[in-house]
Write a protein that binds this ligand. Structure first.
Ligand SMILES: [Fe+2]
Ligand SMILES: [Fe+2]
Length: 293
């Protein structure tokens, strides 16, 4: 059995003190929001407990679907790199970025500069990239780009949409176990200012070409939505913020495991959700659900 772990929306704390010049932008509003609310929601001590629980499960690979940092301050990226190194080396950890990882235009390239080893494919390609790990063909997409203040939208920028359709179709012909990583979910019904702007086109690509799993973050809550595919329905799965405090978050910190077994054309996969049990303040198994097979 191959075990893939999925965590997201690290929102690494503590937030380094910004330079005053860095606050003359969308970051200014974000910093006020951090001081007023988010610093109580996203806690380094809670994150450490979640990561310790995840590592004790000894997953074969770890996927991180974005929002590692908060305001894309230059000083946030090296600590995020150290956090990733603590999860595992770049062969064992795959990252796609979120909207907080390119919060303003001046920070647009920082994630790629610092985390490139975790965000490239087996052939050194950028988004979309493919990494083969065990039975999984992991397809990494970036919806991360700077947006206006109060907007947290995403978009599959560049030629990703056209290329991901070809990649998913080719992997489908091999009957590989395709795992798509994307920060913004390609589902319907997202808030206008938090949506994936080309979600309809991504749904079209999934419907035409298929995938076995689509894993996302962004909404900071557990979710499972089924989208149509060419041969079978596709589970689209979100996880809570890994650093979410049980005291201040509706869906406190946790992560998912995917137990993948079987063979090409006859895959089996079970979803296991682990996270904070709100009542007795421990991390435990919250859900176990067969997804296929
Ligand atoms: Fe987030
Ligand atoms: Fe996000």
């Amino acid at each position: 059995m191959f075990i893939l772990a999925h965590l997201s929306d690290i929102h690494l704390a503590p937030l380094p003190r910004p330079n005053p010049s860095e606050l003359l932008s969308k970051r200014g509003l974000g910093y006020i929001n951090w001081l007023r609310k988010r610093r109580r929601v996203h806690r380094a001590d809670m994150l450490a407990r979640v990561v310790a629980d995840l590592k004790a499960r000894k997953p074969d690979h770890i996927a991180v679907t974005g929002d590692l940092v908060n305001l894309s301050l230059t000083s946030e990226f090296a600590p995020a790199c150290a956090f990733l190194a603590g999860l595992g080396d770049a062969n064992a950890v795959t990252v796609v970025p979120g909207n907080h990882d390119s919060y303003v235009r001046s920070a647009e390239t920082l994630a790629l500069q610092h985390w490139a080893d975790y965000m490239r494919g087996d052939n050194n390609e950028n988004f979309p990239f493919v990494r083969r790990r065990g039975p999984a063909a992991i397809v990494g997409l970036s919806t991360s780009l700077p947006t206006a203040p109060l907007s947290a939208t995403g978009k599959l920028h560049g030629d990703q949409l056209a290329r991901v359709a070809d990649i998913l179709a080719a992997l489908g012909r091999e009957k590989a176990f395709r795992v798509v990583l994307i920060h913004h979910p390609p589902t319907e019904g997202a808030h206008h200012f938090r949506r994936l702007r080309d979600a309809d086109k991504m749904r079209d690509a999934l419907k035409a070409c298929g995938a076995e799993l689509v894993l996302h973050g962004h909404h900071h809550e557990s979710s499972l939505v089924w989208l149509p595919g060419p041969e079978h329905r596709i589970p689209v799965i979100g996880v809570p913020s890994a650093s979410g405090s049980p005291d201040y978050h509706d869906d406190p910190g946790g992560y998912n495991l995917y137990e993948i077994d079987g063979e090409p054309g006859a895959w089996r996969c079970t979803l296991v959700s682990r996270g904070w049990h709100r009542d007795d303040r421990r991390i435990t198994e919250l859900r176990r659900q067969p997804l296929m097979g």
